[in-house]
Design a protein around this ligand. Structure first.
Ligand code: HEC
Length: 161
């Protein structure tokens, strides 16, 4: 009896997993949908980078200095930076996606990666200064960090502002 119940349970599991497989094969995203999803994902990471940068911009512009937040946000940006080239492994050229990414990203991958690594290094250098608690030195390192964002945008992002 128990064995029979188990057999039925197994058969049901096999059947339903087969159905799931069929359903997902049918609903497999089209290349257009995949390109749109890849674009959304990379934009989210840039929003996250901005989220961590904004308080640092504030401090550089005279908001109260908080060394702990400066260090933490610098490290977060440094940790995210190497994922930028990963996020562009999906080549979305030729797809009708809402993007400001320029084709030159995929034509000059080495330079694109260099700019991401520069961001990582400058964010870590900033965080190292923040770890000393010295306001002037930390803010002195801010220009290089903030500049690393614009430095990549200048070459690789559509300038539409
Ligand atoms: C290695 C190149 C590179 C670096 C470094 C970089 N960005 Fe970008 N950023 C891009 C590209 C390319 C896009 C366009 C993405 C798209 O539209 O598909 C972009 C888009 C953005 C966007 C718009 C996202 C959206 O919602 O459309 C923001 C905000 C942004 N970046 C902030 C930053 C900040 C802040 C930094 C630095 C901490 C930074 N970026 C560093 C290349 C870079």
């Amino acid at each position: 009896m128990i064995r029979k119940a188990l057999t039925i349970a197994t058969a049901t599991a096999v059947l339903s997993s087969g159905m799931i497989y069929k359903a997902s094969a049918q609903d497999a995203p089209t290349p257009e949908q995949q390109a749109a999803a890849a674009t959304d994902t990379r934009k989210s990471v840039f929003k996250l980078l901005r989220f961590y940068l904004v308080p640092l911009v504030g401090m550089a512009q005279g908001a109260p200095f908080d060394a702990a937040i400066a260090e933490k946000n610098g490290r977060r940006i440094a940790a995210l930076a190497p994922s930028i080239p990963d996020l562009f492994m999906h080549d979305t050229r030729g797809f009708d996606v809402k993007t400001e990414a320029l084709d030159v990203i995929w034509e000059n991958k080495a330079e694109f990666e260099e700019k991401a690594m520069a961001l990582m290094n400058n964010a870590n250098a900033f965080a190292d200064k923040a770890a000393t608690g010295d306001r002037a030195q930390t803010l002195g390192a801010f220009r290089a960090l903030g500049g690393s964002c614009g430095n990549c945008h200048d070459t690789f992002r559509l300038d539409d502002d």
